[in-house]
Each structure stands twice: as structure tokens, then as C-alpha cells.
Design a protein around this ligand. Structure first.
Ligand SMILES: Nc1nc2c(ncn2[C@@H]2O[C@H](COP(=O)(O)OP(=O)(O)O)[C@@H](O)[C@H]2O)c(=O)[nH]1
Ligand SMILES: [Mg+2]
Length: 303
């Protein structure tokens, strides 16, 4: 029942997300039958838009304004928000729910907070599966919010059609540190909190970095916004749409799908690693004074 695509889709069309929510939970937990279900989904071109950046930069606030603009245009929007999972409780921190609360009851908006599950600061490991499901059930835009620490911004770029890096004027040092990596992943830079004094200088600095660094045919756009006052949002939406048009080519799609395929294949291979068995064998192997780690590991390699 959870995997009745027709029922999920008609629920979404009516703004009833109960079946979708249940299906997403099964997909997130990779329950039995999920793969068969995912294999049955028709392809969709609904854009996946990744929004990453340091905590407090205004990602959630920006997302709320994007939702507002798209919903006004009759679109359906889904948001997956990946918060760093707290070591003290299992489960996501609820901060984003509060900020996005205006949208929680809207029939055209589906929002889910996710824990980052496992890899430190990284994305939830079922992200490809969940975004593909959201695409298939009738959303026009899928937004993925991730806190830009560690690997997560690289992971979101591998997942998203358009990656937006949100920065704030005082982020100078972080940008220096992340410089090279950011240039590779950002399709759009948003300097949010442009109501602050140093915003123009900071945006110019990013613009200069973009011009010094860009290698691909798409040169990242640098925009200034004040999310809390809806300033710069029209320009941001136009830039997202322009980027979407720009990436409609076979090459780009192939690159994105290659990334996703590799992630799915790796996830499948990791499944076959049983740490307990390795540990048992290791206990015995370590008793050998000639223990060699390469020789030991080799017995578990794929043949
Ligand atoms: N002054 C100012 N504050 C903002 C702006 N955008 C967001 N904020 C505030 O910054 C704080 C963090 O915003 P939030 O969207 O939760 O950031 P996130 O952690 O990146 O999702 C909140 O108190 C927002 O109200 C802005 O453009 N200007
Ligand atoms: Mg947030």
C-alpha cells in the first residue's frame, strides 16, 4: 500500500501528503521492496536545487521566499532539509521547521527535516532515492537544504541540478578556506544579509574569485539578497531558471547521472561489509606475529 504510486501522486495533487510521508520514510530506511518501487518510477525533469552554506546564513529563510514565489505561480514545491544530527538525540533538530512553519500547512508545499545519518556533516544516505521519489510524484521543484560543513556541499552538488551557495558578508575567512571547493560546486553564489554594511565589498570579492577561477562554460552568478525583506529574490529565481535552461544538455545529464550511479553502486558494495565478521577474523589474524594489513584485507575484496 505504501508504494502505490497512483495513490501517492493523487494525494500530492490534492495536498494530502500522508502516503508520501510514509513512502519517504520507507525509502529513507531502505525498506524491503523499495528498490523495485524506485525502479518503476517514470523519469522526471523537475529540477533538484541544492542550497548550502554555513549555519545561520539564511538558507531556510531564502527557501521560504522561493517557495512563496513558486507557489504564487501555481507550482508545487518539496523541501528536504538536512540538519546535522545531534549526538544526543537521534533525529533532526527542529529549528528549520519553526522558520518554515508558514508553509507547513500549504497544500502545494511538502517539507521534511532529515537527520544526516552517519557520515559526519554529510548528507542523508538515501538522498538520491528520496529526491527521485519527490520528482516522480508531481513536484515542480525539489529543494535540498544542507549545512555547508565538511563534505555536505560537495555531496549536494553531486545530487542537485543547480547548487546555490549562500554566504554572508562576515564569512570572509570561511570563504578563503573553502575557496577552491566552493568554486567547483557553486552554480550560483548568494550573498545574503545584504542589509549588512560589508555586503557589496564581499560580493565583489566573490565575483573576483569567480572570474579568476572559473573553467567550465557556466560562470557562477553572484547575487545579493535580503531574505528577510524579500529583496533580490526575483533576480535569484531568474538566475535559477537561466541556469536550468543552460544545463539542458546530454553531457551535463550524463555527468550528474554518473555521480549518482557511482554513489548507488558504492552504497550497495558497502552493504556487504559486515564489521562483526571482519572483527572476528581480525582477532585471530592479529595473533600472528607476521600480521599484514594488506594481506588481511584482501580476503574481503570482490573477486
Ligand atoms: N539581517 C538579516 N537577517 C537575515 C537575513 N536572512 C535571514 N536572516 C536571519 O538570520 C537568521 C538565520 O536564518 P536561517 O534562515 O535560519 O539560516 P540557515 O541556518 O542558513 O537556514 C534568522 O534569524 C533570520 O531571520 C537577511 O537577509 N538579513
Ligand atoms: Mg536552515
Amino acid at each position: 500500500m505504501l508504494f502505490d504510486l497512483k495513490n501517492i501522486t493523487s494525494g500530492v495533487a490534492k495536498g494530502d501528503f500522508l502516503l508520501l510521508a510514509k513512502a519517504l520514510t520507507s525509502v529513507e530506511n531502505k525498506k524491503e521492496g523499495v528498490i523495485t518501487f524506485l525502479e518503476s518510477l517514470a523519469p522526471s525533469n523537475a529540477p533538484i536545487i541544492g542550497i548550502t552554506g554555513p549555519p545561520g546564513a539564511g538558507k531556510s529563510t531564502l527557501i521560504a521566499t522561493l517557495i512563496g514565489a513558486w507557489v504564487d505561480n501555481g507550482k508545487k514545491v518539496a523541501v528536504l532539509s538536512v540538519d546535522p544530527s545531534s549526538p544526543f538525540h537521534q533525529g533532526a533538530i527542529l529549528g528549520d521547521r519553526i522558520r518554515m512553519k508558514d508553509w507547513y500547512l500549504n497544500p502545494n508545499v511538502f517539507i521534511r527535516s532529515l537527520a544526516s545519518r552517519g557520515h559526519l556533516g554529510g548528507l542523508n544516505s538515501s538522498m538520491i532515492e528520496m529526491t527521485t521519489l519527490l520528482q516522480a510524484v508531481g513536484f515542480d521543484y525539489i529543494l535540498v537544504e544542507t549545512v555547508g560543513v565538511g563534505q555536505s556541499e560537495v555531496e549536494v552538488a553531486a545530487l542537485a541540478d543547480t547548487t546555490i551557495v549562500v554566504l554572508v558578508p562576515e564569512a570572509g575567512d570561511e570563504v578563503q578556506m573553502m575557496k577552491a571547493g566552493l568554486m567547483e560546486i557553486a552554480d550560483l553564489f548568494v550573498v545574503n544579509k545584504a542589509d549588512r554594511p560589508d555586503a557589496a565589498t564581499f560580493a565583489n570579492h566573490i565575483q573576483k574569485m569567480v572570474m579568476d577561477n572559473h573553467t567550465s562554460h557556466w560562470s557562477p552568478v553572484v547575487l545579493k539578497t535580503v531574505a528577510t525583506q524579500n529583496i533580490g529574490i526575483t533576480e535569484l529565481i531568474n538566475a535559477i531558471h537561466t541556469h536550468q535552461e543552460n544545463i539542458q544538455n546530454v553531457q551535463r545529464k550524463k555527468k550528474l547521472m554518473l555521480n549518482k550511479a557511482i554513489q548507488l553502486i558504492m552504497a550497495d558494495k558497502i552493504k556487504s561489509i559486515d564489521e562483526r565478521i571482519i572483527e572476528e577474523k581480525l582477532t585471530i589474524a592479529l595473533a600472528n606475529p607476521h600480521f599484514n594489513i594488506f594481506e588481511f584485507a584482501k580476503q574481503f575484496f570482490n573477486t
